[in-house]
Design a protein around this ligand. Structure first.
Ligand code: AMP
Ligand code: MG
Length: 345
């Protein structure tokens, strides 16, 4: 299959390009597109065949459900059974990087929901995503536009690397603003369970809901026989081919360790900007300032891809704090590292 790549700089002036992409979606084809979180691999969420194509293009296990993307928060009721908590969340955080799990309506096939009776719903704020979904006139099922097991793509080049020849079209809208996938919550009456942390933080959710619980699988490894609330949690995910080790220790001790390792090993290092000058330049990838969690989130996945291509035997990165946006970083990095943390005394 020939993949057409279209650069979309101004979605209003490029309405013709977006119409063409929407036609591809309505005809059952696949279009990768930018969102504020990561790039999505879109297909018509009401079309069983399109859902199957998404799983095939990504090499994704078909029990790992897809998130459906809508143009307006108010559209959710057509595809899912909404409730007062959904509307409160929508008012506070939509359009934006929040996904809500709700009971599905019949129109969403179980091939999209991985066989579940619930469906994940999100309303993205990215202008290209918004316009594309509105023009398609159908909800768009869109997992991250990477091959299953690879880090999510945060720019069109990363999408092309994984999916060229596997999808009809890639809309290139430049780099994604947040760089980590959406926050996912499940509603149980008046309480929320945080299934995947993202751009909407635990603290932000607590402003809207008094009872927010963080699912165990966000920070801990599941036992082999454990069944997660969110099927995606059981997969290794976000993993480069090179082993990743997270370092936990005082800043000076970790830096000294890294310098020493550079002498002995072919290591790639995801370092804080402040550390760069103290390290040898080879295979060193700065990911933002130590305190700048937003920059670190924004650069993480691309940095992991870059580190993986650097020809290293091991990738070192810092263990993130669990507060604020740090929880989302922690959740992604602990998976990329297959829960390998090295304590530096
Ligand atoms: P991705 O599309 O790659 O961002 O992954 C979407 C993730 O959302 C999946 O891996 C699941 O963990 C989660 N998810 C989607 N639908 C549901 C659902 N109905 N119930 C629980 N989790 C879901
Ligand atoms: Mg994904």
């Amino acid at each position: 299959m020939q993949t057409e790549i279209i650069r979309v700089i101004d979605p209003e002036r490029q309405e013709g390009d977006l119409r063409r992409a929407a036609d591809v979606l309505r005809a059952g084809g696949l279009v990768a597109f930018p969102t504020e979180t990561v790039y999505g691999l879109g297909g018509d969420a009401t079309d069983d065949g399109a859902a199957r194509k998404i799983y095939a293009a990504k090499g994704r296990p078909s029990d790992n459900p897809l998130i459906i993307h809508i143009a307006e928060p108010g559209d959710a009721g057509r595809y899912a059974v909404t409730n007062p908590m959904y509307h409160r969340l929508a008012k506070a955080f939509m359009p934006g990087p929040l996904t809500v799990i709700l009971p599905r309506r019949e129109i969403i096939p179980t091939s999209v929901t991985g066989g579940l009776e619930t469906v994940a719903v999100r309303c993205p704020s990215h202008p290209v995503a918004h316009r594309l979904i509105a023009l398609a006139g159908v909800p768009i099922a869109a997992p991250s536009a990477n091959l299953s097991g690879k880090p999510s793509p945060t720019c069109a080049e990363d999408v092309a690397q994984d999916l060229c020849g596997r999808v009809e079209m890639i809309l290139d809208g430049g780099a994604c603003e947040i760089g980590l996938e959406s926050t996912i919550v499940k509603i149980d009456g008046d309480s929320l369970t945080l299934l995947r942390p993202g751009g909407i933080t635990y603290d932000a959710l607590c402003m809207v809901c008094d009872r927010v619980t963080v699912a165990d699988a966000v920070t801990h490894q599941l036992a082999a026989d454990e069944r997660p609330i969110s099927p995606g949690m059981k997969y290794r995910h976000y993993a480069p081919a090179t082993p990743v080790v997270l370092l936990d220790g005082a800043p000076e001790a970790v830096l000294a360790f890294l310098r020493q390792e550079q002498e002995h090993r072919r290591c790639a290092i995801l370092c804080y900007d402040e550390e760069r000058a103290a390290l040898l330049p080879e295979r060193v990838i700065p990911v933002g300032g130590r305190q700048d969690l937003a920059a670190q989130a924004n650069r993480l996945f691309h940095a992991l891809r870059e580190a993986d291509r650097a020809g290293a035997d091991i990738i070192y990165a810092h263990l993130p704090p669990m507060e604020g946006l740090g929880l989302a970083l922690y959740n992604r990095m602990i998976r990329a590292a297959a829960h390998t943390v090295r304590k530096i005394p």
